[in-house]
Design a protein around this ligand. Structure first.
Ligand code: KIV
Length: 257
């Protein structure tokens, strides 16, 4: 098996080679190292860290300083995987801020950045690409817009939303994205997009027909039993196992003479 470093170009060409793309999130050194040890090719330092690590109610409170801190920790694992970092809420409102903040994340250890939106952020995406920074798109349910949207819901069921998704995906391809995350996109629309565009689609809650799948790792491991999500069936009950082991250890200490 090749041990060559995985780049954005590697991920882009996986679609042409018919290879599925498994992707997961990590927010620190040990999880990045573990994911890399099982050869996950794309690791995302997602702004989901706001909810799953920092205890915020959603991703809109995550700052550039917080993203940088976690990207540095993940980057120290020096993964073979492509390490992608999210540009947080309001960090890419202008071309200048988008390029400045994308550069900050790259300096911290990211090898590509991701931001939410299509046509609405096209100038910013073009500028990030012109600065030589690989870009991963994110369409469908956009968590940074949860307050405008009034919640998390499936996108693309209504015809105007379906058409907007096609236009946004085409625009991101034209602007030079190497892939697009599709979050909570109606499965038939995710399939149509996957067949339509030359770059990989990486789905989350968007059905089985995307070129890859991404999950928030603590959801996969059952670390957050207080969140239940329709699109993830935890494969481990880590929270329960941790409570048991920690409780047993605590009892072993308190019962000592
Ligand atoms: O922040 C994140 O973890 C993400 C995934 C849900 C794709 O954007």
């Amino acid at each position: 098996m090749s041990v060559a470093k995985i780049t954005a170009e590697t991920i882009r060409t996986m679609k042409a080679r018919g290879e599925k793309i498994p992707a997961l999130t990590a927010y620190d050194f040990p999880m990045t190292r573990l994911l890399d040890q099982v050869s996950v090719p794309l690791i995302l330092v997602g702004d989901s860290l706001g909810m799953v690590v920092l205890g915020y109610p959603d991703t809109t409170q995550v700052t550039m300083d917080e993203m940088e801190h976690h990207v540095r920790a993940a980057g120290r694992a020096k993964p073979r995987a492509l390490l992608v970092a999210d540009l947080p809420y309001r960090s890419y409102e202008s071309v200048d801020s988008a390029v400045k903040n994308a550069r900050r994340l790259m300096t911290a250890g990211a090898e590509a950045v991701k931001a939410e939106g299509g046509k609405a952020i096209l100038e910013e995406v073009r500028a990030i690409r012109a600065a030589g920074i690989p870009f991963l798109g994110h369409l469908g349910m956009l968590p940074q817009h949860v307050h405008e949207e009034g919640g998390y819901r499936i996108k693309g069921k209504k015809e105007p939303e379906h058409q907007a998704l096609l236009c946004d995906a085409d625009a991101l391809v034209e602007a030079g994205a190497f892939g697009i995350v599709l979050e909570l996109v109606a499965a038939p629309v995710a399939k149509e997009l996957t067949q339509r565009i030359p770059i990989p689609t990486i789905g989350i809650g968007s059905g089985p027909d995307c070129d890859g799948q991404i999950l928030v790792t603590p959801d996969l491991l059952g670390m957050l039993p207080w969140f239940s999500l329709k699109h993830v069936k935890p494969r481990l009950n880590a929270a329960e196992q941790m409570r048991t082991v920690i409780g047993e250890w605590k009892d072993s200490v308190t019962k000592e003479e």
